[in-house]
Ligand binder design. Sequence first.
Ligand code: MG
Length: 159
Amino acid sequence: MATLAGIGYDSHRLAAGRRLVIGGVEIPAERGLDGHSDADVLTHALIDALLGAAGLGDIGLHFPDTDERWRDADSIELLRAVREQLGDAGYRPVNIDATLACEEPKLASFRDEMRTRLAQASGLDPSAVNVKFTTGERMGFVGRGEGIAALAIATITEA
Ligand code: MG
């Protein structure tokens, strides 16, 4: 049975007065990620990785930010919908790996909660969902604390 791989990348700006939601987990912070939905950068990268593996386009195609339906959307629900679309296309996720680039706050203590949330929405065991954390070493938009970026890879197989 063939295994297919896809990649995803996303970034969002940090802004005052916004919630910080990453990997489906709300994190106490002074600033949150700005965007049309809840701007969950990690979940968005993961959605693009899954869509990429299945050859189904990208998140903007399925959930356009011009559509009021997706304003303040819970990205975990979008991930769940993508998992269903994959199923309709005859695929199921096998594993997911992601890297989050964030200067602060420190997020490693939320790793297990993120893995659990992402795994539930993807129909995977948490052991098949890995989340890694790095910083920008004070360089670029991540390093200056202007935003957070995420990179993900997913593999899928025939359901
Ligand atoms: Mg996004």
